[in-house]
Ligand binder design. Structure first.
Ligand SMILES: C[C@H](O)[C@H](O)[C@H]1CNC2=NC(N)=NC(=O)C2=N1
Length: 98
């Protein structure tokens, strides 16, 4: 699918629970909370496989049951449809795991 730069504001209108990232860049962010570390890591494992498939990777950190995620497209210096796709995947996966 052709990647289109849409910007964080537009992406946020199509997503639930995401916010503009706190960094200087055009980015979106979300903190996912799970029951325990195993669920959080299962979420990261499945997302990692999707990221590899898409060749589009999150910037993220994990503390126990929490996964903090920032999405932006480095090659486009901003939020693109690839970030929207990966965010949607993560939301659907978290809902299934939750
Ligand atoms: C060489 C490799 O295809 C590129 O660096 C890919 C890898 N993953 C990526 N992930 C993200 N978030 N943005 C990119 O621009 C990007 N580019």
């Amino acid at each position: 699918m052709m990647t289109k730069t849409i910007g964080a504001e537009a992406a946020l209108t199509a997503l639930k629970g995401w916010t503009k990232g706190e960094g200087e860049r055009d980015e979106i962010a979300k903190t996912f909370r799970f029951d325990d570390f195993k669920q959080a890591f299962a979420f990261m494992t499945a997302t990692a496989l999707k990221a590899e498939q898409m060749d589009h990777h999150p910037e993220w950190s994990n503390v126990y049951n929490r996964v903090e995620v920032v999405l932006t497209t480095h090659d486009a210096d901003g939020v693109t449809t690839r970030d929207l796709e990966l965010a949607g995947f993560m939301d659907a996966l978290a809902a299934r795991l939750g």
